[in-house]
Design a protein around this ligand. Structure first.
Ligand code: ZN
Length: 589
């Protein structure tokens, strides 16, 4: 055989083609799915690159035991193929990348639901595609042939391949973090795009986050209920809806005076809306902000989120059936606290199971579950809808038909040609968000409810806005106005307004931090309890103006009043998030 002869002939005749076939064979089981994900624009290139590196590892046994290369390749390939079917099939059916969240949902739903899902999505074309995919693997396996290297060369090559694919990334993470647990987590992230690690890492992360969440839930059960709860609407049917937006700076909504018509639907509804125009978030990151928005914690008492009831438990105590519909990732490390709040609800709809936060995912997916919840015959309902809003990457947040802002019209002169596509895609994301929020209001209104719908964003986002036209993203260490200013609007049903007549005129322009939101919500819902503080309710006659504290409450001395935020000098432009967004590596912040 040619290969054996070339080994005898000497080192100059390495069978490169043989090595190439081997690599292609192993890469195939991760690369095909990653290539599809990349090519379809669901996520970026990094998964593709990671799969490439991780696949090189499997050449090692074949180089060390060339006599059994064919058998070894077949055995490893079979395992890789089987493990990769989950990710391959999941992408074909759902158009998303497999992740630990999928495992979470699988274990969450009971057997009936799971088989219903399968029945719903089963199609012969998926079976055919999976078969063709298997056939491709088999054809490649037939091309795999032993590559004989001199013993020492085989050892050196194996060592190099091992270092290149897993050894170096692992060592680098360990050196960087100096702590095993964190290093392991980061290392897992580097290999999880490849089969079989997708399943192994996914399951490991799922178990770990589930453990954290169960601990949190168990400790929440120890939290005592509110004292002396009184409900002005006790015994009446009512439906109250909280819509939480994402990364939405109100300065970019025409509802708030932006020159481009980014919120045409809400503009039309304006006569029915209370538009509060002076609300800011305490923190420019999702989890940190919502820990305060959804509990009694605030900047001066940041840890109360662990020991006081959440908004969901408040509403449950008031006798509401509670629902949580989310288009945000669920059981990722950062989102555990939020998922814990969602788990306190009676029913959950988890709609986003992407591995990568920067994946294509549209908020329109919340509309069907929302309709389903509205149709539920429970008399008293509390519904949380958590949107992905205008979270980066902006262009992944809206379907093509919402790509309406494409040129320079209405764009400040400070926006450069380089910045223009990002600037425009943000406005398009806001335009789509307008469609989603207004659709929620319209569907709610169509049920002639007794209740209200309140929409606010978790935080803002700087996208080349005045007065800091260089800044993109969010950075607590270099705060700018647009990172903090959020939309905050209320739609009251006529029935509810008739029952609890309220004049909002005096409260629309009050400076308010969403860290005290739970008091506003309780006030609107007609709830009173000992912990309620009317001076912290935006809509109360007893409202008292306070400094709008922003900054990290872990360092109380660093907290400042939002009004002291000054425009940045151009030198501050290179924030960490800016660079993350440029590299497409935005975290789920
Ligand atoms: Zn957020």
């Amino acid at each position: 055989m040619a290969t054996t002869k070339s080994t005898v002939a000497g080192r100059s005749a390495i069978d490169w083609a043989g090595l190439g076939w081997m690599f292609l064979f192993f890469w195939y089981f991760s690369g095909v799915t990653q290539a599809l994900i990349w090519a379809s624009g669901v996520a970026g290139f990094s998964g593709f690159r990671q799969a490439f590196l991780a696949s090189a590892l499997w050449l090692v046994p074949l180089l060390l035991f060339p006599g059994r290369a064919k058998l070894l390749a077949g055995a490893i390939g079979a395992v890789l193929w089987l493990c990769s079917l989950a990710g391959f099939g999941y992408f074909l059916v759902y158009g998303q990348e497999f992740s630990q969240s999928v495992i979470f949902i699988m274990f969450e739903s009971n057997v009936n639901e799971a088989s219903e899902y399968l029945g719903h999505y089963f199609s012969w074309s998926v079976v055919l595609a999976a078969a063709a995919y298997g056939l491709g693997g088999w054809l490649l396996w037939r091309k795999v042939r032993p590559v004989y290297l001199p013993r020492r060369a085989a050892l050196v090559a194996s060592l190099l391949l091992f270092t290149f694919s897993v050894g170096y990334p692992a060592a680098r993470q360990l050196l960087k973090h100096g702590e095993f647990q964190t290093a392991l987590e980061d290392f897992e992230k580097r290999i999880e795009a490849a089969s079989p690690w997708q399943l192994v890492v996914g399951y490991h992360q799922y178990r770990r986050q589930l453990g954290n969440m169960e601990d949190l839930l168990a400790s929440r059960e120890q939290i005592p209920p509110l004292k002396n709860l009184v409900d002005a609407h006790a015994g009446q049917p009512s439906t109250l809806v909280l819509v939480i937006g994402e990364s939405t700076n109100r300065q970019r909504l025409s509802l708030y005076g932006y020159s481009r018509p980014t919120t045409p639907n809400l503009d039309k509804l304006r006569g029915e809306l209370q538009v509060f125009d002076n609300v800011v978030t305490p923190r420019p990151y999702t989890i940190e902000a919502l820990q305060q928005v959804l509990t009694f914690a605030d900047q001066e008492h940041p840890n109360l989120y662990l020991t006081t009831p959440s908004l969901v438990s408040v509403m449950k105590q008031a006798g509401y059936k509670t629902y949580w519909i989310t288009n945000q990732q669920t059981i990722t490390k950062r989102n555990t606290m939020l998922t814990t709040f969602s788990k306190q609800a009676d029913e959950q709809f988890y709609l986003n199971n992407n591995r990568d936060q920067n994946a294509r995912q549209y908020d329109g997916s919340v509309l069907d579950p929302f309709a389903q919840v509205l149709a539920d015959d429970a008399p008293r309902k509390f519904v949380v809808v958590h949107l992905l809003g205008a979270h980066m990457r902006y262009k992944y947040r809206y379907p093509d038909e919402f790509e309406r802002f494409t040129d320079r019209s209405g764009v400040p002169a400070s926006v450069t040609d380089d910045q223009l596509p990002t600037y425009n895609s943000y406005d398009n994301a806001v335009l789509y968000n307008d469609y989603v929020v207004s659709s929620l209001i319209e569907r709610f209104r169509a049920t002639d409810p007794n209740g209200f719908l309140l929409y606010l964003a978790d935080h803002g986002e700087a996208v080349f806005d005045a007065p800091d036209p260089e800044v993109l993203g969010r950075n607590e260490a270099a705060p700018t106005g647009p990172m903090y200013t959020v939309p905050f609007i209320l739609w009251n049903s006529p029935k509810w307004q008739a029952q609890q007549a309220r004049d909002f005129a005096a409260s629309l322009h009050r400076p308010y931090s969403s860290s005290h939101f739970i008091h506003t919500w309780a006030d609107l819902a007609g709830l009173r309890f000992d912990e309620f503080d009317s001076s912290k309710s935006l809509v109360s006659a007893e409202f008292r103006e306070r400094p709008l504290l922003i900054g990290n409450p872990g360092q109380p001395k660093s907290l400042i009043d939002f009004s002291l935020v000054k425009p940045k000098k151009p030198a501050d432009q290179g924030s960490e998030l800016v660079q993350q967004e440029r590299k497409g590596k935005g975290q789920s912040l």
